[in-house]
Write a protein that binds this ligand. Structure first.
Ligand SMILES: Nc1ncnc2c1ncn2[C@@H]1O[C@H](COP(=O)(O)OP(=O)(O)OP(=O)(O)O)[C@@H](O)[C@H]1O
Ligand SMILES: [Mg+2]
Length: 262
């Protein structure tokens, strides 16, 4: 059974179709990428999968279960973790506290046991702290656990977001432009981290504009343009597909024309 399947997934906004009948199949294991020019619908697709955006049409199945109508927190509990294109951390909270918010995504303690601080709650809280520390170690931020998150340099803040998602022990990790704004050394280290996450059994679905990063890491690539899936295949096939090259060249030309008329 596939880990993730979207069928005819569609999101319309006034006057445009951000995601247009996308069928996406992600088997368990490995690294999968979604690429496409700016505005192709990549982030909207991630928002649909994680539950931040409600589909206009279509369905989403996670490990065979229909999650189309499930709220974000339920999808997180079922195993969907994510990071954001624009960093979303709690700057005044410590690094560890930020990661703990992710660990709580999968806690099963009932509200009653939390309110009464019953033993079940305390052991779950201990598990959450252990999961958070493990996630910090995974991304190499253990030494920074007590610092305020806002004191981290940019590249570390991006890794903190990955740690927060991993603390929820997701089956599927969605990374939206994880390498954006990183220097080449940080990008290389990030590629190693993504590889380790996949090797440890978490299926990775990533959006990224850095083609070197995408081509070297991905087992399978899906290409979007104007909300539609225009191609999918292995990196070598994607690289030589005329429709893909054209989509990128077209987007670049459109950007140049916009700049010329600005
Ligand atoms: N809330 C919204 N309301 C209206 N239009 C939206 C909304 N969110 C996204 N869009 C539009 O949907 C299209 C797809 O946007 P999306 O952010 O998914 O693209 P993207 O592929 O992630 O682009 P980028 O590479 O620049 O991040 C764009 O035309 C965008 O302007
Ligand atoms: Mg985006």
């Amino acid at each position: 059974m596939n880990l993730l399947e979207t069928c005819g997934l569609t999101r319309r906004y006034a006057g445009l179709v951000a995601v247009d009948h996308v069928d996406l199949v992600v088997p368990r294991g490995g690294i999968h990428a979604v690429i496409g020019p700016n505005g192709a619908g990549k982030t909207t697709l991630f928002n649909l999968i994680s539950g931040l955006v409600v589909p206009s049409e279509g369905s989403i199945h996670l490990a065979g279960q229909d999650v189309t109508a499930r709220p974000t927190h339920v999808r997180a509990a079922l195993g969907i973790g994510r990071t954001f294109q624009n960093i979303r951390i709690f700057g005044e909270m410590s690094v560890l506290e930020n990661v703990l918010t992710g660990a709580h995504a999968r806690l099963r303690a009932s509200l009653v046991s939390i309110a009464l601080r019953l033993p079940g709650f305390r052991s779950e809280e201990r598990q959450a702290v252990a999961a958070a520390r493990e996630a910090l170690a995974l991304v190499g931020l253990s030494e920074r656990a007590a610092q305020p998150a806002s004191s981290l340099p940019y590249g570390d803040q991006r890794r903190l977001e990955i740690a927060r998602a991993m603390a929820g022990q997701p089956l599927l990790l969605l990374l939206d432009e994880p390498a954006a704004g990183m220097n080449p050394a940080e990008t290389t280290a990030l590629a190693g981290l993504v590889r380790r996450i996949a090797d440890a059994g978490t299926t990775v679905l990533l959006v990224e504009h850095d083609m070197g990063f995408v081509m070297s890491l991905s087992d399978h690539i899906t290409v979007l343009n104007f909300g539609r899936k225009i191609f999918e295949g292995k990196p070598a096939a994607v690289r030589s597909e005329p429709a893909v090259v054209e989509a990128y060249l077209g987007a670049r030309l459109a950007a140049k024309l916009r700049a010329a008329h600005a």
